[in-house]
Design a protein around this ligand. Sequence first.
Ligand SMILES: Nc1nc2c(ncn2[C@@H]2O[C@H](COP(=O)(O)OP(=O)(O)OP(=O)(O)O)[C@@H](O)[C@H]2O)c(=O)[nH]1
Length: 413
Amino acid sequence: MFGFLRRKKRKNEAAEVHDDTPQDLNAAGSGGDDTATPAEPIAENDQPAPSPAASALQTDRPAESADAGAPTATPARDDDAGRQETDTESPSPDKAPAVAAPKPEQSGSLFSRLAKTRSGLTEGLGDLFLGKKQIDDDLIEELETRLIMADVGQATTAALIDELTDEVSRKHVNDPEHLFETLYRLMVERLEAVQPTEPPARRQSGRPHVMVVCGINGGGKTTSIGKLAHRFKAGGRDVTLAAADTFRAAAVEQLISWGERNDVRVIGEPGRGDPASVAFDAVSSAKARNSDLLIVDTAGRLHTQSGLMDELGKLIRVISKAEPEAPDEVLLVIDASIGQNALVQARQFNQAVKLTGLIVTKLDGTAKGGIVFAIADELGLPIHFIGVGEKAEDLRPFEPRAFVDALLDRQPD
Ligand SMILES: Nc1nc2c(ncn2[C@@H]2O[C@H](COP(=O)(O)OP(=O)(O)OP(=O)(O)O)[C@@H](O)[C@H]2O)c(=O)[nH]1
């Protein structure tokens, strides 16, 4: 069940227990401090006029085969994403004994890191959902608003709402909880549709796997490369880093510092002027030393700066001269907190250099985590990793089910 529904249900159950129990304030041990308050009333529907999408629910199409079951794809799990109890309410003295005490949330879990986006999507929905036997326009409209607010984007939101209303009209989905399960399934399917079959940074025979990382200034490239180095080094790979962000001496120093912390070799030093030559040297060095993985940092650039975009193309061509099969991956780092602008950036970078995938950073600090769906839907580019904090371990492989579970406050299957 979804956590926000469970929380609401518990509140209602707690209130029922208090309502049904004869109160004996003089009983021994009662302390006379029974402060139980009645459960919050289920919110009345005071929403504005229904949207066209929501109005589609009014159509009374004949029922067809019921097919609104659980997602069919194989579950993928992030080790770190396993979470405990999803109920994050603090226990209060007025809870009925029948209500299980919530367990503490793991601060590093994906669930806790996505708190901002999740709260925008699910907070208060329990009030709107529970107690309703039927799905109505208000519910669909509220859902639509929340998806837009979470930066899922107009087009993707419209597509999701259309599919949901269609399922409802066909009577495949009959109650609010089933509606949410269906939304869950549709969201997971969208992300899984663009995920690669092969994991990133796979081992190549007889040569290093070469990964070029690009993006705009401050998106989190260097930090993400440091985190990647940490992850793959810990996994037993020989990793080399290339400091090809020659525009900013501090970026080179930042990368060297990540290298030192993780005992990873860094090619390039402050003061070198030509990023393509640093990349060429790094490929030659990684080959000579039988490195498993070479990650190339590049200068931040705006997608509108055509000279710098051409330079990125040149860097990639030079890498191919040093190793004809390389680069194996060209990853764009995008900052989730910029919302819909991320789509524009990704489109332009993809036109200039053929991207193979994305790293979406700063999902921990934004309510705009829904951008991940717009990216998958509109660009068709896979998301390989997500950044959910500033520490080395805060880069997680992107796993659609774990991500949507955490986003919708849903207990994993
Ligand atoms: N909260 C949070 N902060 C992040 C994340 N990823 C990166 N940052 C922070 O974002 C800031 C910019 O990160 P950098 O790695 O320097 O960005 P960059 O893209 O290399 O920037 P340039 O070198 O200017 O192109 C730093 O303060 C990082 O700690 C993330 O996933 N979550």
